[in-house]
Write a protein that binds this ligand. Sequence first.
Ligand code: CAA
Length: 264
Amino acid sequence: MDDNQYILFNVENNIAVITFNRPKALNALNAPLLSEFARTLEKIADDESIRVLVLTGAGDKAFVAGADIKELAQCDALSGKRFSEAGHETISRLESLPIPVIAAVNGYALGGGSEIALACDFIYAAENAMFGLPEITLGLIPGFGGTQRLPRLIGSNRAKELIFTGRMISATEAENMGLANRVCPPEALMEETMKTASAIAVKGKLSLREAKQAINTGMDVDLATGCTLETNAFSLCMASIDAKEGTRAFLEKRKADFKGSYTS
Ligand code: CAA
């Protein structure tokens, strides 16, 4: 967006890229950056042409080094609560975007930076990436969802160890824990991420949305309820012209051309 100071936003071939752009402070999340991020997510949600979102950080050192500690130092209980609520709202908006979101973690992803990555659908990491929830070192706890999303992803025992110690882990350790899907040389990170984003962007937008929603909602309910959610989502996909196009394209031995809509 033109008037952004701390967010770069670019759309090419139906893939949007948000770059957290405050490299002098390792892209730490100050209030203006967070509100620019929230506004950009709103814009993306309203843009039917965008099929995949990629998040990354400016510079070669950091994805996002967490909330801005200078701002945190000024908080009391009430403003701290507001800060955490605003962060949760933005990160929930990110998580519930109806399109796939990939975090391309190109350096430090600490505190709020890890929490943003955790709300993405999956993470690709550069070999020099470092993940961590170091809030305990500041006399705090994670405030943007880390105590909730990290245990769901890697198990409560591993999450507790990381949150209680504040220890940073390397990209390889993150991959071994199931936190990062892939580790790439730093210079190849964006290329690899964009390759996957492009492979996803040609799929049907409706079926991607339904698959994402079924997985996300299904993770929080029992298996039988999750399977019912899946059946309903499957049936909704069946009503789309994309399903007609995808099945017909297979039978006609050609590539499908998905429109992302229910009607032609
Ligand atoms: N907030 C504000 N400024 C930050 C910052 C942050 N989270 N992280 C780094 N910076 C700033 C530094 O103050 C420094 O600025 P100056 O040059 O003006 O001094 C600049 O970025 C470069 O940082 P360093 O000199 O510290 O770089 P380094 O390579 O020596 O260390 C680091 C890198 C290990 C990431 C270190 O900067 C660090 O530990 N940063 C803090 C990480 C952290 O604790 N994050 C959690 C924040 S709390 C949170 O996120 C709460 C929540 O859940 C929402």
